[in-house]
Design a binder for this molecule. Structure first.
Ligand code: PMP
Length: 461
């Protein structure tokens, strides 16, 4: 349509990008050498770049475009809200219709006891809110010493100082003075990489037990909350053994510790239910939400909190808030997105059809010689690359070297898959068709073959 004819040449865009644009989570030198790929438009699950290539986006952007690209209804919701009321805040005893309606809708969708929403503009902000919220909750209940928050290594909860501290990415902690005090990390339930000779079931119980050990070490009277993603996303789609979450729920209940489920990726249909907490059978006190709430069409996030927490916090003043907490345009777009996900039966269809179909196709990749396991929950999955399936061995290279080779082959084959270490991830829009799933798997297979040839050539097997 419009864009391609009016675009500056790709090389010029790449030059300008390298000259002025600092990118998140990207090695500067690599970027300058290769130049960025410039995405110009998108429709359904298909991206178009400045060279006119059509690329299958198997990551829904950054795990967020749940409804798919190009939904005119969301454009219209944004335009109508901008015309009506482009901004007003929710501070100082004021509110507006989109925030009121979205809070009500989220309360309806969330588990029964979660009926109150504190808005933010991203998952990072919402998790920062959670740090202050749980500590303030305990303080208002007369237990100010309950400050410690337990999280897991290799978790991802955001990039701000607070949320990055909650996360368990050591490479992030190494930059910029993280973690902040009173955040503790325990090992993750990643059986493939860390399970050794244990069965997945025993390993799941053992990793849950680490939570109890940590609570006893710190003292239950000092622990405010445990935070975790129902299924770790950015850590590599780490699906915990089935024994893990029931044990964790028992432990937080036993010691009176708040449970924060970070649903930023898992929420809004990604795991085949509205929330990942339903899929793994937990009862969180707070859910962090973002991404799929607006399908990424507008930046919005939030903390959906229990009646008990809202009662306590509402008994005083919570000195916290963002200019864009409950931004009217973002709220209007999120509301429309949730209406479409519901009324078009998109979440139901994921559970009943699309996720089972994707699972069957995705798991078939394990017949590839370089694929160890394929793990998938709903519409988020990952394969573990290995030179030797039985021993779950690593390659003769730094972790991530082979993953990167594979990702680059995917890119060359017009498929966006992400790599985390030597795991390759998919998390497509929930609206992907069966034919598109077939194309995704074909391109992944071709890319795996090409990657394996390269890995052999480099002697990394
Ligand atoms: N929590 C989880 C589980 C996430 O995956 C992310 C983002 N990938 C965040 C929090 C942070 O969200 P944002 O990037 O919107 O700040």
């Amino acid at each position: 349509m419009t864009a391609l004819t009016n675009l500056p040449p790709t090389a010029e865009l790449q030059r300008l990008d390298a000259a002025h644009h600092l990118h998140p989570f990207t090695h500067g030198a690599g970027l300058r050498d290769k130049g960025v790929r410039v995405i110009t438009s998108a429709d359904g699950v298909w991206l178009t770049d400045s060279e006119g290539n059509r690329i299958l986006d198997a990551m829904a952007g950054l795990w967020c475009v749940n409804i798919g690209y190009g939904r005119q209804e969301l454009v219209e919701a944004a335009a109508a809200q901008m015309a009506e009321l482009p901004f007003y805040n929710t501070f100082f005893q004021t509110s507006h219709v989109p925030a009121i309606k979205l809070a009500e809708r989220l309360a309806q969708l969330a588990p029964d006891h979660l009926n109150h929403v504190f808005f933010a503009s991203s998952g990072s902000e919402a998790n920062d809110t959670n740090i202050r919220l749980v500590r303030t909750y305990w303080e208002m209940k007369g237990q100010p010493q309950k400050k410690a928050i337990i999280s897991r290594w290799n978790a991802y909860h955001g990039s701000s100082v607070g949320s990055g501290s909650l996360g368990g990415m050591k490479g992030m902690h190494a930059q910029g003075g993280m973690p902040i005090p009173d955040i503790h990390h325990i090992d993750q339930p990643d059986w493939w990489s860390e399970g050794g000779d244990m069965t997945p079931e025993d390993f799941g119980r053992a990793r849950a037990k680490l939570l109890e050990d940590k609570i006893l070490e710190i003292g239950a009277d000092n622990v405010a909350a445990f935070i975790a993603e129902p299924v770790q996303g950015a850590g590599g789609v780490i699906v915990p053994p089935e024994t893990y979450w029931p044990e964790v729920q028992k432990i937080v209940d036993k010691y009176g510790i708040l449970l924060i489920a970070d649903e930023v990726i898992c929420g809004f249909g990604r795991t085949g239910n509205w929330f990942g907490s339903e899929t793994v059978g937990i009862r969180p006190d707070i859910m962090t939400v973002a991404k799929g709430m607006s399908s990424g069409y507008q930046p919005i996030g939030g903390s959906i909190v229990s009646d008990e927490i809202a009662d306590v916090i509402g008994g005083g003043e919570f000195n916290h808030g963002y200019t864009y907490s409950g931004h009217p345009v973002a709220c209007a777009v999120a509301l429309e997105n949730l209406r479409l996900l519901d009324e078009e039966g998109i979440v139901d269809r994921v559970r009943d059809h699309t996720a089972p179909y994707l699972k069957q196709k995705f798991e078939s990749l394990t017949d590839h010689p370089m694929v160890g396991e394929a793990k998938i929950v709903g519409m988020m999955g990952s394969i573990a690359l290995t030179p030797h399936k039985e021993s779950r061995a690593a390659f003769k290279a730094d972790a991530g070297t082979v993953g990167l080779i594979c990702r680059e082959r995917c890119f060359a084959n017009n498929l966006v898959m992400r790599h985390v270490g030597d795991r390759m991830i998919v998390s497509p829009s929930l609206t992907i068709s069966d034919d598109e799933i077939d194309t995704l798997i074909e391109r992944a297979r071709t890319s795996l073959d090409e990657a394996m040839a390269e890995v052999e050539k480099q002697g990394l097997m």
